[in-house]
Design a protein around this ligand. Structure first.
Ligand SMILES: NC(=O)c1ccc[n+]([C@@H]2O[C@H](COP(=O)([O-])OP(=O)(O)OC[C@H]3O[C@@H](n4cnc5c(N)ncnc54)[C@H](O)[C@@H]3O)[C@@H](O)[C@H]2O)c1
Length: 333
């Protein structure tokens, strides 16, 4: 990648988390300094290796403002901090709205107070809801099913209002399924609880948990299981770098899907895990879950046209190999 971030400092909110740590590593590889703002509620201090860690909770207005004031030199803010576990959001919507929406509001206000106006936001395909219109374009109606998706859509609206009223320059990246790990094995996916299929299935293959469940095997897909769009975390990280470059060219006010445009079924994931690990992966077929659509994959045209983004690492075997290598060294197997 040709981007040169030398001498630039970028605030990465949620930089101790899965995707944020990969963004930080890439910023540093391009000569920039990633400054992680994180309360370590789900992130890990060992994942912050390429710049300073500022331990700050976005829900603390004063501390958030102070942290931004202390890093006025930053040229952009990348906001990945969030409560992300969909099931917890259904049981505790207040906690989700507080952490995600109030947290984002506090962050935007701290940016405004410090005249920072370049903003990249981690949104999600979950803002589209229960549509069967695939591939999903950015113009699809947004009608999220989950509390998680609703909080993300509320933030998207807030950002658009800040753009209209306060000239905030923003790029909202609607990621599909983040997956894989840093090829060097320095960082990877370490959620607790883990709810994503690939790390759960790798745990099962390694004998660290019992059989995994596949929810629904009677969908109208070639093998009866749901299809999702898996994108390698380093491709997602690169989309942020392209966004930073496009700010320099005056791009703003953009919502864009970050996916591959292809889908893999749940069974294809399991079969590829068996192939890559050489281990058997038995599963239990259980009934469908409410809210799970048959197919969900991106129309990736806008990302290519506007950001110049094309996935380079999202071949399924590469995704699983990098994730497996990361977990194997972590589990010492
Ligand atoms: N993982 C995916 O597949 C996926 C898909 C679509 C969108 N996203 C979005 O991408 C972003 C990053 O996801 P991830 O998988 O890396 O999650 P993660 O949980 O690994 O990282 C989130 C980070 O934010 C921090 N954080 C949370 N609340 C905070 C607060 N109030 N103040 C300061 N820090 C706080 C956590 O400690 C953590 O380090 C999230 O916004 C998520 O909604 C993720």
């Amino acid at each position: 990648m040709s981007a040169d971030l030398s001498g630039q400092s970028h605030i990465v909110v949620g930089g101790a988390g899965y995707i944020g740590s990969h963004v930080c590593k890439m910023i540093a590889a391009l000569g920039g300094t990633p400054v992680t703002f994180d309360n370590l509620s789900s992130g890990h201090d060992h994942a912050v290796q390429w710049g300073p860690l500022v331990n700050v909770d976005l829900c603390n207005v004063e501390k958030t403002r102070e942290a931004f004031h202390a890093h006025k030199e930053a040229v952009s803010v990348i906001h990945l901090a969030s409560s992300i576990e969909v099931g917890i959001g259904e049981k505790d919507p207040a906690g989700f709205y507080n952490n995600n929406v109030i947290g984002a509001y506090n962050l935007l206000e701290a940016m405004r107070a410090n005249n920072l106006n370049r903003f990249i936001f981690s949104s999600t395909c979950a803002t589209y809801g229960e549509t069967e219109n695939v591939p999903l374009t950015e113009d699809e109606v947004q009608n999220p099913f989950s509390v998680y998706g609703k909080t993300k859509l509320t933030i998207e609206h807030m950002i658009q209002s800040y753009h209209n009223a306060y000239a905030l320059n923003y790029i909202t990246l609607r990621y599909f399924n983040a997956s894989g790990a840093d090829p060097d094995g320095d960082i990877g996916e370490e959620h607790d609880p883990e709810t994503h299929l690939i790390p759960i299935a790798l745990e099962a293959a390694a004998g660290r948990r019992g059989k995994i469940k596949i929810f629904g095997t009677d969908y109208e897909t070639p093998d009866g299981t749901c299809i999702r769009d898996y994108i390698h975390v380093n491709d997602i990280a690169r989309a942020h770098i392209l966004g930073l470059q496009r700010f320099d060219e005056g791009l703003t006010n953009l919502e864009v899907n970050i996916g591959t445009g292809n889908g893999y079924s749940n069974l294809q994931i399991l079969q590829t895990i068996e192939k890559v690990t050489g281990l058997p992966l038995p599963y239990d077929a259980t009934p469908r879950r409410p809210g799970d659509v048959t197919r969900l994959y991106a129309d990736a045209t806008r990302a290519k046209e506007v950001l110049g983004f094309e996935p380079a690492h999202s071949d399924l075997e590469n995704i699983i190999r990098t994730a497996w290598n990361f977990h194997r060294s972590r589990w010492q197997i």
